[in-house]
Design a protein around this ligand. Structure first.
Ligand SMILES: Nc1ncnc2c1ncn2[C@@H]1O[C@H](COP(=O)(O)OP(=O)(O)OP(=O)(O)O)[C@@H](O)[C@H]1O
Length: 327
């Protein structure tokens, strides 16, 4: 089976703007793949090339081995897309919208009805089936857009910021739902500005910046690239900074009775550091390791070269569900 997505040297120009600059990316079948990048990195353009909304300028793009231009229909039929913007037919009952969608992809009418009901049940808005889109709440609209992506029973589900602006409860519901879909074998491509979302859900993450791939790694590998802060609280303030002789130590500073050590491996270094301090007669009463978050690694990887432009990234200090870039 070919990969769910494979692009080689993919390029897209909008006039003078080069949105994709030779992107090579492979998304294995069955994976839960995250696409991260600051505003304008090219994520939506990448998705739009795959679904045929945007015509590539150069390079290759395939979905399950089908070229997105030459075998457009086969590639498109394999994809369920939940886009960032709501582009829904607002005047029909939502069940009918789903039936039309399935019909458009060649599903016979009786089967389309069955699938529409199933998709609405799956996302939890079956009781709204006769309501038109306009009359749904914001959260229900999000659920509906996902149902519409599911009605063709896609092998590849593309979610462009599926939880932007939704409350915590719905976010968790959506996470459970897409995790179940992935467990059932659907390949998921997810773009998000909530780095915590990628860290929790994705088994691989690609970071894009200015139309280029910066890296593809697991969230664990990425966080391992950062620097940990190991804080050793001492029972009294020593007269001078104690030494810790280990190649994993980047720096040691004394902050009152806290000895603050910067290291790529906080948990690994902690026992050895305590032993060495003990030998010097320095007693440790508390140990704390602060791991680098994926968010910090993301910010440092995408910050270079865009000093003034995207200063919103300074909002990345800490905290769950923090948006890295302004919308
Ligand atoms: N239709 C268009 N015409 C001209 N330029 C465009 C068009 N669509 C996108 N761009 C430009 O292409 C670049 C990539 O935009 P794109 O929307 O793909 O980024 P993104 O990573 O999805 O951003 P965001 O996180 O803000 O959604 C940006 O410089 C953007 O201004």
């Amino acid at each position: 089976m070919p990969p769910a997505i494979r692009t080689r040297n993919l390029e897209k120009d909008y006039g003078d703007v080069r949105a994709l600059k030779g992107l090579d990316l492979t998304v294995p079948e069955g994976s839960f793949f995250g696409l991260l990048g600051p505003n304008g990195a090219g994520k939506t353009t990448f998705i739009n090339v795959l679904v045929g909304l945007v015509r590539k300028t150069g390079g290759e793009a395939e979905v399950f081995g089908h070229d997105v231009t030459e075998d457009y229909q086969q590639a498109r039929d394999a994809i369920g897309l939940a886009p960032q913007e709501f582009n829904v037919d607002r005047f029909f009952p939502i069940r009918e919208v789903l039936e039309h969608k399935a019909g458009y992809h060649g599903v016979p009418p009786a089967e389309a009805k069955r699938r529409a009901d199933e998709a609405l049940r799956r996302v939890g808005i079956y009781d709204k089936r006769d309501t038109r889109f306009d009359w749904l709440s914001g959260g229900m609209k999000r659920r509906f857009v996902l149902a519409r992506a599911l009605v063709t029973d896609p092998d590849l589900l593309i979610l462009d910021e599926p939880t932007a602006g939704v409350d915590v409860e719905l976010r968790h519901d959506l996470w459970d739902l897409i995790t179940d879909l992935n467990d059932e074998g659907t390949t998921i491509l997810l773009t998000t500005h909530y780095i915590e979302e990628a860290e929790r859900l994705c088994d691989q993450v690609a970071i894009l910046d200015e139309g280029r791939k910066v890296t593809v790694e697991t969230p664990e590998e990425l966080t391992r690239e950062g620097v940990d802060t190991l804080t050793l609280t001492l029972d009294s303030v020593p007269e001078s900074v104690p030494t810790i002789d280990d190649e994993r130590v980047d720096s040691v500073e004394l902050d009152g009775d806290d000895l603050v050590v910067r290291t790529p491996d906080g948990s690994g270094l902690a026992p050895e550091a305590v032993r060495q301090l003990d030998r010097q007669g320095v007693r440790v009463v508390d140990v704390d390791v602060e791991r680098t978050s994926l968010e910090e690694v993301f910010v440092s990887m995408t910050r270079e070269g865009d000093d003034a432009e995207t200063s919103d990234e300074s909002a990345s200090e800490s905290g769950d569900d923090l948006e890295v870039s302004a919308q």
